[in-house]
Ligand binder design. Structure first.
Ligand SMILES: O=C(O)CCC(=O)C(=O)O
Length: 299
């Protein structure tokens, strides 16, 4: 076997009075292998729910280093922004700078960044992260391929009290027009800060991946079609992905997800990496970025 199985993450308990948080693995579970493909419980959760969590895969020192690298990326993107091409879509401000699309927060006049995509080329630590077996091994299983490549990577910043809401959406409508294998683009979110409901953790709708691409909000501006039509969002099935820093949430490109504003004085920063079968170019960059220790890649 190419990879060893690892102990499982339990599916969340049934809904009672509203959304429930994702469950941590039971304390009695044996220690997780540092890098492993999917175990049977994770496979089952993936197929049934469209997501699963691995808690605290990266340790505090690693997370500290990644968070510092994220701030270096922000500084580089912000430095490049005045020289980049600026534009607005539906009132949202963007700039193409430092080889990335930089999106600003919604508050008029703010200079606070919301998303940087892609970002891994802006710091060597993130280029290494793309090849980290703790991400690549499960991704090989989710993509269904011995070798994978990076499709896209986003640094999502929810700054204290300013980090704004993400409306319910699937990622697949963003990618469908440029990619012929949209069903094979799993995401992983790596939490750089403890994520809670209060600071705007990601929320995922359990089972929403099963019907593939869903209708969007046609007639609501340019971006409307990218947001899932409310008739197809079962909000009662939402699961707030509360997770400690260093955790990994794997979720399908068809899983409906979103998040609420950050109401706290604490940051909620996260990285989202999306993989695909090896040999295909990235989403925003005309370059192949194969991933993993055996990858024959150009950095
Ligand atoms: O970071 C968040 O809260 C939302 C992220 C998201 O929806 C995305 O990256 O597609």
């Amino acid at each position: 076997m190419r990879r060893q199985g690892a102990p499982g993450t339990l599916p969340p308990p049934p809904l009672e009075d509203g959304p429930v948080a994702l469950e941590a693995p039971p304390p009695a579970a044996p220690a997780r292998a540092p890098a492993a493909g999917l175990n049977p419980a994770e496979r089952e959760a993936w197929e049934r729910d469209g997501f699963f969590l691995r808690e605290a895969v990266f340790g505090p020192q690693e997370v500290g280093a990644l968070a510092a690298a994220a701030e270096r990326v922000v500084a580089r993107a912000a430095e490049g922004a005045p020289h980049g091409e600026a534009y607005a879509i539906d009132g949202n401000r963007y700039v193409e700078a430092a080889g990335s699309t930089v999106q600003y927060e919604h508050r008029p006049g703010t200079r606070t960044l919301r998303v940087v995509e892609p970002f891994h080329h802006l710091d060597p630590l993130f280029s290494e992260l793309v090849d980290d077996p703790r991400i690549v091994e499960p991704m090989c299983d989710l993509v269904g391929s011995e070798r994978v490549a990076l499709f896209t990577d986003k640094l999502n910043l929810k700054r204290p009290r300013e980090g704004s809401r993400f409306r319910w959406h699937q990622d697949s409508p963003y990618w469908n027009h440029v990619c012929g294998h949209v069903d094979r683009l799993p995401n992983v979110m790596l939490a750089l800060d403890d994520a809670s409901r209060a600071n705007g953790c990601l929320r995922v709708i359990r089972g929403s991946h099963v019907d593939g691409l869903l209708p969007g909000c046609e007639g609501e501006g340019t971006l409307g079609p990218l947001f899932t039509h409310p008739d197809h969002v079962r909000e009662e099935d939402q699961v707030p992905a509360e997770m400690p820093a260093g955790s990994l949430l794997f979720f399908s490109p068809h899983t409906i997800h979103g998040s609420e504003p950050n109401e706290t004085g604490l940051p909620r920063r996260a990285l989202v990496l999306t993989y695909q079968p090896a040999g295909h170019p990235m989403f925003k960059v005309p370059r192949v970025r194969d991933a993993g220790p055996r990858a024959d890649r150009a950095r």
